[in-house]
Design a protein around this ligand. Structure first.
Ligand code: NAD
Length: 293
């Protein structure tokens, strides 16, 4: 059989006109901007709210399914609270319209709400669906309703919080890994499609961050918990990386720089990367994800 030649041919220059980085959408200064954050009542979202207000945002609308948490964070940082379940498309559309009417538009939209879901393909369908709805469809809904006004103004910035699990994988958590890959794919697609029309897109992909979400690891092996604890960074470092990423219009925001190294190794030699991850999986779980030793 003749060897496949497809990928050995150089890519036509019309596909990738310049190596990296051009054309740009828009890199924003945060000063005087109207910012909206989903899942802002805790962890990374709350730290972003604080950081944006410190950096001179005109306002930060802190939204969360937990209305009391959103109110507490908004009061703390001097922003505005709103209760929003991001899986409710009608409520998302209504809130976006209300903020646009009140503030004249949304400059920076941070799609940060997310849930961790452990398990293999055997996780219940409801768990898969809920994770898909929160981690992916919420980004579809919010961008569907916020983009028209941004495109009309020729300016806007979207930050999606995915995860290193969306570039690599998350040991023991298939629904989380799969949905975070989809979140990265959507952000990538939005940037490719709208970048030349004034829309900046960044995709935040941290490894572990010291937030209540890490409680999800409570029932795991001590090897896993130690590993997570050693890699966990502070929320303020993540928020600082986001602010810098917006100013520089960086697509991938990687508060753990080592993620770029792992991602490059994965692309360079996928089989070797899989082999390494199998070993890590064994070391951290001492059993496979289906519970077999
Ligand atoms: N903590 C980590 O180690 C880590 C690592 C990588 C990525 N992330 C991602 O960062 C984002 C923020 O997570 P965090 O670590 O700050 O967790 P967190 O649990 O502290 O905060 C998540 C917030 O999202 C809210 N939320 C959950 N479901 C919602 C819904 N349906 N509608 C609106 N709000 C909802 C929660 O009420 C909570 O306030 C998530 O997307 C998460 O996947 C976290």
């Amino acid at each position: 059989m003749a060897p496949l030649q497809v990928w050995s041919a150089p890519l036509p220059s019309t596909v990738y006109p310049l190596p990296y980085g051009l054309p740009k959408g828009i890199a924003l200064e945060i000063n005087d901007r109207v910012v909206v954050i989903t899942g802002g009542g805790s962890g990374i979202g709350a730290a972003m709210a604080r950081r944006f207000m410190d950096d001179g945002a005109a306002t930060v609308v802190v939204t969360d399914i937990d209305g009391a948490a959103a109110r507490a964070v908004a009061a703390d940082v001097g922003g505005e609270p709103a209760t929003l379940d991001v899986t409710d498309e009608d409520a998302t559309a209504a809130l976006i319209r209300e903020i646009e009417d009140t503030h004249g538009g949304i400059d920076i939209l941070c799609l940060n709400a997310g849930i961790p879901t452990d398990g293999s393909v055997d996780a219940p369908n409801e768990d898969w669906q809920r994770t898909w709805d929160v981690n992916v469809m919420a980004h579809v809904y919010a961008t569907r309703h916020a983009l028209p006004a941004m495109l009309e103004r020729g300016e806007g910035y979207i930050v999606t919080t995915a995860s290193a699990a969306g570039l690599l994988t998350n040991i023991g958590a298939a629904p989380y890994s799969v949905t975070k890959h989809a979140a990265v794919a959507l952000a990538e697609w939005l940037s490719v499609t709208y970048g030349s029309r004034g829309i900046g897109v960044s995709c935040l992909c941290p490894m572990f961050v010291d937030t209540p979400m890490l409680d999800a690891f409570a029932g795991h092996t001590h090897e896993m918990r130690d590993w997570v604890e050693n890699l966990a960074i502070d929320v303020d470092d993540v928020a600082a990386a986001v602010a810098e990423g917006i100013r520089e219009e960086k697509f991938l925001i990687l508060p753990h720089p080592v993620v770029l190294d792992y991602f490059q190794r994965k692309a360079l030699d996928y089989d070797r990367w899989i082999a390494g991850m199998r070993t890590l999986n064994q070391d951290l779980t001492r059993k496979d994800v289906d519970g077999r030793p």
